[in-house]
Design a protein around this ligand. Structure first.
Ligand code: FES
Ligand code: FES
Length: 169
């Protein structure tokens, strides 16, 4: 069936079964391959996107449950906190194989948009759902500290002023 989504501030119309996970709509229908498939079971965080500013696992979110809520992917993440996070990721050479890293960055930006200067414990708690087979966890934590600081929130994050989502399926 025809479905309309707002992705990275652009309205897109696709023709898919409405049970299709958002991840596959992004990757296969919209050619946005920055969002990765890892486990398909909401266990690894590789597929993290924002829906209405809230990090969600797109592998288990049927497109019919997105509705008119705006979707932000790694391709649409820029400005403010997001720029600082991506600069820190580069300067500390966080990625190894890189597969998990778009999900890691999405979660890190959401964290810093909520808590500008998180403690190690807050970082570990926020990032616990993002798995890295290359074990880049120490550098991720360093990069979050490096990126931490006052600044305007990244577009599409909770602190950017979007309303809280009503569902997290
Ligand atoms: S692919 Fe979605 S959480 Fe692993
Ligand atoms: S950098 Fe390889 S899985 Fe995280």
């Amino acid at each position: 069936m025809k479905t309309t989504l707002r992705v990275n501030d652009t309205v897109r119309t696709i023709d898919v079964d409405d049970d299709t996970p958002l991840l596959w709509v992004l990757r296969d229908e919209l050619s946005m391959t920055g969002t990765k498939f890892g486990c398909g079971r909401a266990q690894c965080g590789a597929c993290t996107v924002y829906v209405d500013g809230e990090p969600m696992r797109s592998c288990v979110l049927a497109v019919k449950h997105v509705g008119d809520r705006p979707v932000t992917t790694i391709e649409g993440l820029d400005g403010g906190v997001a720029d600082r996070v991506q600069e820190a990721w580069k300067s500390l050479q966080v990625p190894q194989c890189g597969f998990c890293q778009s999900g890691q960055v999405m979660t890190a930006v959401a964290l810093l948009s909520e808590i500008p200067k998180p403690s190690d414990a807050q970082i570990d708690a926020a990032m616990a759902g993002n798995i890295c087979r290359c074990a880049t966890y120490d550098r991720i934590r360093q990069a979050i500290h490096q990126a931490a600081g006052a600044g305007r929130p990244a577009p599409g994050t909770p602190a950017a002023g979007r309303p809280a989502p009503g569902a997290s399926s």
